[in-house]
Design a protein around this ligand. Structure first.
Ligand code: NAD
Length: 376
């Protein structure tokens, strides 16, 4: 049987990698579970609930010392990473695609790492492990609510004795998992919603939610169900065609990403300047690398000279920490199930179609095909 330890995240992350209900199941399956003190507090899971579920609440050092498998949401700080020992495993959203040096370092130190970003999404057996989807879904839902909160008008049409309010026009750029959830949520709030994507396959999904699909003249389906990066010419064409759609919207929610690349610039400076006063841009793709909206800043709300607001919504799942943690924790549980052999020990089959991607480093090697390709 193995010992699993869930660490407390950094102060600005409210999620936790294991919730009490999942701890209970893991304990039932014969695992020993350690939870760092206050790990779940920011997501409303008290230490006592973990104890009741069969976990032991410990300090960080004990958790790291005793665990065979350490679970996290985000990659822990460098000091913690440096403490991981040979043969120990780390599971989380480790962002190794943007930090190849960390991947190399962990491989050299014989630490096993499993990074959710590397999961092959289209293998059906991997669906229960798909933390990118569960967290994107949370982000999309919350994006529509944040938009409604910032917007100084109604979302639905309102016919009242004091007059009639027009429904808000919401445009969602990038209609993957997050975008579809944003569309569904904005529709439920009564807005008029359109969606746009460069993967033609998303048309049916957008239309099935009752939203209008704005056809892109650029078609860019890539590998593994993802979009590919656009060429310079395609990007120009796209920015031009989007300018009109954006000018006609009250709210633009952007979610476009290309794995391992800088997010595409969809809303240019010119489009932001042309926006009506009171317009709201919610950029879920906002990151240190840049986002989908010119001028967006991760974690900040930028007010433009022309009276629009750009919300750099880089970590919406943290704002819905309880639900996000519950789903993430289920994804963690599914990975653990796939990792354990009959005796309850970690057994990694690097030829397995899921593990050959999800496992970033193992026994001194970089395993993940996608990560290897990126590292060259
Ligand atoms: P993502 O977060 O990588 O990107 C979000 C969206 O942005 C995608 O729909 C993408 O096409 C779009 N995009 C990228 N560049 C763009 C551009 N220049 N202009 C406009 N849109 C752009 O994607 P995701 O939401 O994580 O999903 C990726 C794919 O994986 C989707 O096709 C999704 O349906 C698929 N998926 C499949 C499964 C499964 O089969 N079980 C599970 C989850 C996701």
């Amino acid at each position: 049987a193995i010992t699993i330890a869930a660490l407390k995240e950094a102060a600005d992350e409210h999620r936790v990698s294991l919730v009490p209900s999942v701890v209970k199941r893991l304990v039932k399956q014969g695992c020993q579970v350690l939870v760092e003190k206050d790990a779940g507090a920011a997501a409303n899971f008290a230490d006592q609930q973990y104890v009741d579920a069969g976990a032991k609440v410990v300090d960080r050092q004990q958790a790291i010392d005793q665990a065979n498998l350490v679970t996290v949401v985000n990659r822990p700080d460098d000091e913690t990473v440096a403490k991981l020992k040979s043969g120990q495993a780390l599971l989380g959203l480790l962002s190794l695609s943007v930090d190849h040096d960390v991947a190399k370092q962990l491989a050299n130190r014989q630490v096993t790492t499993l990074s959710f970003e590397l999961l092959p999404r289209t293998v059906s057996r991997a669906q229960s492990m798909d933390a990118l989807s569960s967290q994107s879904s949370v982000a999309g839902y919350k994006a529509a609510l944040v938009a409604a909160d910032h917007f100084m008008r109604y979302f639905p049409m309102m016919i009242t004795a004091a007059g009639t309010a027009k429904p808000a026009k919401v445009l969602v750029l990038g209609t993957g998992v997050a975008g579809l959830q944003a569309i569904g949520t904005a529709k439920r709030l009564g807005a008029i919603v359109s969606g746009y994507d460069v993967r033609p396959a998303s048309r049916g999904e957008v239309e099935s939610l009752g939203a209008k699909f704005l056809t892109s003249s650029v078609s860019a389906a890539g590998k593994g169900g993802y979009a590919r990066q656009l060429t310079k010419e395609e990007q120009q064409k796209q920015q031009d065609e989007l300018a009109g759609f954006i000018a006609d919207s009250d709210i633009v929610i952007t979610t476009a990403r290309v794995p391992g690349k800088k997010p595409p610039m969809l809303v240019t400076e010119k489009s932001v300047q042309a926006a009506k006063p009171g317009s709201i841009f919610i950029d879920i793709a906002a990151s240190e690398l840049g986002g989908n909206v010119a001028g967006s800043k991760p974690g900040a709300v930028v007010e433009t000279d022309n009276g629009a607001e750009i919300v750099g919504a880089d970590n919406l799942p943290s704002e819905l920490a309880t639900s996000a943690s519950e789903m993430y924790s289920k994804n963690v549980q599914a990975v653990i199930k796939a990792l354990l052999d009959k005796e309850g020990n970690i057994a990694i089959d690097t030829n397995d179609d899921v593990m050959s991607e999800l496992v970033a480093t193992y026994q001194g090697q970089v395993i993940s095909g996608r990560l290897r390709a990126q590292m060259g």
